[in-house]
Structures are given as C-alpha cells and as structure tokens.
Design a protein around this ligand. Structure first.
Ligand code: ZN
Length: 104
C-alpha cells in the first residue's frame, strides 16, 4: 500500500498508508481524529530525479523493451527451429551413410 499525505487544520501534515482507491478520501488525523484532506507535499520521485538519472533510466527501459521485441523473439525462434531441423537432417544422413558403409 502506498503512503499518502494529509493535512490536519489543527495538527499539521501527517502520512498514512492507504489503498490507492481510497487515497483521495479525507483521513482521520492521528492526533485529534479530525477529518483531514489529502495534500501533496513531496514531489513524486520522477520529478526530483536529476536529468542525468532520468536519461539513464530511459535508456535502460528502452533496451529492455527492445530486448522483448516480439518480432526479434519470433525471428530468433525460427532461426533456432531451422538450425535444429538442419542438424536432424545431417544426423539422419550420416546415420544412413554409416549403415550403407557397414553393409558393404
Ligand atoms: Zn489533528
């Protein structure tokens, strides 16, 4: 469960763990139990990240997405299948050649 920030008129800001679906509902202040509205006091991580870090994260995300490219994946699978089929054919041929050599 994520942590959200709320502001009590009397006691000031407090944080609370809540399910995401309930985050915008007012929360009871832990001091005086007053219903307190949600506030956003700290910026989410992505906004406080340095430009350098944002670029690095974007790069690694792009690489990851590229790695999971479905066409590349399908292509690799077809190549593997072709290689296996070729190997099987070569093995069958050498086995047949050995058999005829043994018979002679
Ligand atoms: Zn309070």
């Amino acid at each position: 469960m994520p942590t959200y920030e709320y502001m009590c008129k009397k006691c000031g800001p407090f944080t609370q763990l809540r399910p995401m679906a309930e985050c915008d509902l007012p929360s009871a202040c832990p001091e005086c139990r007053a219903r307190s509205p949600r506030v956003i006091l700290t910026a989410p991580g992505c906004l406080t990240m340095s430009a350098e870090e944002q670029r690095a994260r974007m790069r690694s995300m792009r690489n990851l997405v590229q790695e999971f490219n479905v066409f590349r994946w399908a292509g690799r699978m077809l190549l593997d299948a072709a290689r296996m089929r070729h190997r099987r054919r070569v093995l069958a041929r050498t086995r047949a050649a050995r058999r005829t050599a043994g018979a002679a």
